[in-house]
Ligand binder design. Structure first.
Ligand code: PRP
Ligand code: URA
Length: 206
């Protein structure tokens, strides 16, 4: 299964502090930015580059630059918003779309309440959502993206559960998932264990 787990001492350090229930929202937001930056770099490691010849102060050299192939990042609202800025900071031509999905607190089934997307045809799309729990939200978001003809769609998360990975694989086989951690399981209320709690609430102090 194409699940890539971020393997870097700094990622482990940041994730441990994100998991810590005493971490306050301001620090939580900073840590989310930092970990998402590592994930943005990791998840774009194979995008196309092309030759560019330039003059250094000493001589001519041919280097590599990103090919013209604007990327699209799509956060699943609201928690996914905490992962957008690293993509817009390092990829100046990135387009941003939005999908609003909210889990029902009783059933844990996600309901769609918003969707605003740029053209996706032929483009690399990165769906960002920190928590892949039952996989219901991710599958709905992938359904929406794939109907619009992108070149490919990747899922970038901070914590994934085995159940969520299996659900994505069942409905969208072969989807590449980048995550900072693959946790143990879901609890009876469909929260990830050990997880980090409700990401959106911790990000926004609600
Ligand atoms: C959280 C999280 C994911 C979803 C994951 O969002 O950000 O979108 O749950 O759960 P699933 O894999 O079981 O679908 P939530 O619905 O709590 O909304 P929020 O981002 O507005 O807090
Ligand atoms: N959403 C969260 O924010 N956390 C979980 O553990 C599961 C879904």
């Amino acid at each position: 299964m194409p699940v890539h787990i971020l393997d870097h001492p700094l990622a482990s350090h940041i994730l441990t502090h994100l998991r810590d229930k005493t971490t306050k929202p301001a620090t939580f937001r900073t840590l989310s930015y930092q970990l998402s930056l590592l994930l943005a770099i990791e998840s774009t490691g194979d995008i196309e580059t092309e030759n560019k010849t330039i003059e250094t102060p000493l001589e001519t050299v041919t280097g590599r630059v990103l090919a013209h192939q604007p990327l699209v990042v799509v956060p699943i609202l609201r928690a996914g918003l905490g992962m957008v800025q690293p993509f817009t900071d390092i990829f100046p031509d990135v387009s941003v779309g939005y999908v609003g999905l909210e889990r029902d607190h009783e059933t844990a089934v996600a309901r769609s309440y918003y969707c605003k997307l740029p053209p996706l045809a032929g483009r690399h799309v990165f769906v960002v959502d920190p928590m892949l729990a039952t996989g219901g939200s991710a599958v709905q978001a992938l359904d929406i993206m794939k109907a619009k003809g992108p070149k490919d769609v990747r899922l970038v998360c901070i914590v994934a559960s085995p159940e969520g990975v299996a659900e994505v694989e069942k409905h969208h086989p072969g989807t590449v998932i980048h995550t900072a951690a693959l946790d143990r399981a879901l609890n009876a209320r469909k929260y990830i264990l050990p997880g980090l709690g409700d990401f959106g609430d911790r990000l926004y102090g609600t």
